[in-house]
Design a protein around this ligand. Structure first.
Ligand code: SF4
Length: 152
């Protein structure tokens, strides 16, 4: 008997636009942004710094050794500005660029409802259709970044 391939619920796309100066996905306390090696090199380059020096200044290692972005005293990303813009927008980590299209968000209905509650860009009148292929690419980028790295 032929196996049926089950299509993901988002295969025909999702309406979304990221709103300037929103920052709701970044100013949640105790969020973890895992860095890929590419992220670390790109963001260090953005600061015109050596990658290892940048990691030691703006990142930290979790208990299992993976590098994540540092947070400030409130547990919020060090790069979010008072006006909620991102200080490294042009070079931001893959996980940030992929939001809201993370596996943990799209995996089931309650998770997606929660994501809609966080992200006003999913219900905004100017939202545009993000196609299934693009969503899959974001999901893959998020999964790759979450694997993280321990040594350059
Ligand atoms: S919560 Fe949504 S609209 Fe707001 S910054 Fe994050 S991705 Fe953009």
């Amino acid at each position: 008997m032929a196996r049926r391939h089950i299509q993901p619920w988002w295969k025909d796309g999702i309406l979304f636009t990221c709103l300037p100066n929103c920052g709701r996905c970044c100013d949640e306390p105790h969020g973890l942004v895992y860095l890929s090696k590419e992220d670390a090199h790109r963001i260090a380059g953005h600061h015109e710094m050596d990658t290892q020096e940048w990691l030691e200044r703006d990142a930290r290692q979790t208990h299992d050794g993976r590098w994540v972005l540092k947070s400030n005293g409130d547990g919020i990303c060090i790069y979010i500005q008072d006006d909620k813009s991102c200080d490294i927008h042009a070079a931001k980590p893959a996980q940030c660029s992929a939001f809201p299209f993370w596996y943990e968000n799209v995996r089931d209905d309650p998770s997606w409802r929660k994501t809609i509650g966080i992200c006003p860009g999913l219900v905004h009148p100017d939202a545009i259709l993000i196609n299934g292929e693009t969503i899959q690419a974001h999901l893959n980028a998020d999964a790759r970044a979450e694997q993280g790295f321990r040594n350059l």
